[in-house]
Design a protein around this ligand. Structure first.
Ligand SMILES: Cc1ncc(COP(=O)(O)O)c(C=O)c1O
Length: 397
């Protein structure tokens, strides 16, 4: 089928809840994808953050193929080795000795599960309120959406789940002021992704930890976008002097295969007794084998260190570009989470790059967001940055 024919099928049969670019992708390898006409694109935003180790990573492809030929799905009424081994690996990487995992299929589901844990834990003391942050993003199901501190996503869907209160990201005093005797948790992305790649000010996450300890609250980190090595450590919290009580994961967890999960310290994890929560496909053997192969790839290919090197190279390129154009207002980078705030709307930059066969993203209207793969080569990085330079300089004229 041509791209045009596929697009015609969508126009007729697929609900239009996404804004799509008129490109039909058929193949991927590393940091490149190809469309139905054989045109190649360099991808600085592979899989919206899911393809952290590139498109079709070989170990993941092999693990999925082998598992699919053996046993595709096992419901959670049975034990399966891959899920147990994945839980062990995730807990060991977290360094949280007593932690346990729950598995689902996406980020929003992982957040639903952790919201339930926080409420189940708070219930005996009459606590149910959760403090989250403005400009956060936690997902589209109604619980996670209620946690999301962006009114534009709530519009028309009210009433939302009760009990969420929003503090400005980075403002410790504002969070402290929201705590009362009905509060059960503080929940946030340690680095905000969709909200514009916002890095936490020094001492902020540590301050939230102290507040949580002081008031007996759970501290929950949504690491759906930051997790699995994206920021140069297995989990972003390991960049800071803080340990959360629970972490939610998805996106990069299984190298592009749908998989979500959470890690919680035992006193919280044990609130999810039988009957409180479930996911039919959660922790299925294909997803778990893919996640194990992803972790093996990151470890054996030394990709955590590569995250820092990639981040440094992008910073260098954008600092040089900043000297040449007033369009760049701010550069925010941690490993391969890269945000460049512009003084103009970013949509024309995305379109300009697409024309030159470079895929990027803009979030929050004016922040170029790049979530490149840890396997991005220096040559690919320079080639993509050359295109970005060209497009931004042309726009600034
Ligand atoms: C931090 C964060 N949490 C949750 C989600 C929702 O994940 P999913 O789309 O897999 O439900 C996202 C998605 O962008 C995210 O960035």
């Amino acid at each position: 089928m041509t791209s045009e024919e596929t697009i015609a099928l969508f126009d007729r049969y697929v609900i239009g809840n996404y804004r799509r670019y008129p490109v039909c992708l058929v193949r991927g390898e590393g940091s490149h994808v190809w469309d139905a006409e054989g045109k190649r694109y360099l991808d600085f935003f592979p899989g919206w953050g899911c393809d952290l180790i590139g498109h079709c990573p070989p170990r993941v492809v092999k693990a999925v193929q082998e598992q699919a030929a053996q046993l595709i799905h096992v419901p959670n009424t049975w034990y399966m080795e891959a899920q147990g081994r994945l839980a062990q690996a995730l807990v060991e990487k977290s360094g949280i000795a007593d932690a346990q995992c729950f598995f689902c299929n996406s980020g929003t589901e992982a957040n639903e599960a952790v919201i339930k844990i926080a409420r189940l834990n708070g219930k005996p003391k009459g606590r149910y309120k959760i403090i989250t942050m403005l400009n956060s993003f936690h997902g589209r199901t109604l619980g996670a959406l209620s946690a999301t501190g962006q009114p534009k996503y709530h519009k028309g869907l009210e009433p939302l789940l009760a009990g969420f209160q929003y503090a400005p990201f980075g403002d410790l005093d504002a969070a402290a002021k929201l705590i009362d005797n009905e509060t059960c948790a503080i929940m946030l992305e340690p680095i905000q992704g969709e909200g514009g790649i916002n890095l936490p000010p020094a001492g902020y996450l540590e301050g939230l930890r102290s507040l949580a300890d002081q008031h007996g609250l759970m501290l929950i980190f949504d690491e759906v976008q930051t997790g699995m090595g994206r920021t140069g450590t297995w989990y972003a919290f390991q960049n800071f002097n803080v340990v959360p009580d629970a972490i939610t994961l998805a996106k990069a967890l299984a190298g592009g295969v749908a998989c979500g999960g959470l890690i919680a310290r035992k006193p919280y994890a044990e609130k999810l007794v039988p009957g409180t929560h479930a996911a039919t496909f959660g922790g299925n053997p294909i997803a778990c084998q893919a996640a194990l192969a992803t972790m093996e790839t990151i470890e054996e290919d030394g990709l955590l260190e590569r995250a820092f090197a990639i981040g440094d190279r992008f910073r260098d390129r954008f600092e040089k570009l900043r000297a040449r154009t007033p369009l760049i207002q701010d550069i925010r980078i941690r490993g391969t989470m890269i945000g460049v705030e512009l003084s103009i709307d970013g949509a024309p930059i995305v379109d300009g790059c697409l024309k030159k066969q470079l895929l990027i993203n803009v979030t929050h209207g004016n922040v170029i967001r790049l979530l490149p793969s840890l396997t991005l080569t220096d040559e690919e990085l320079q080639a993509g940055c050359d295109i970005l330079d060209e497009v931004l300089l042309a726009q600034g004229k």
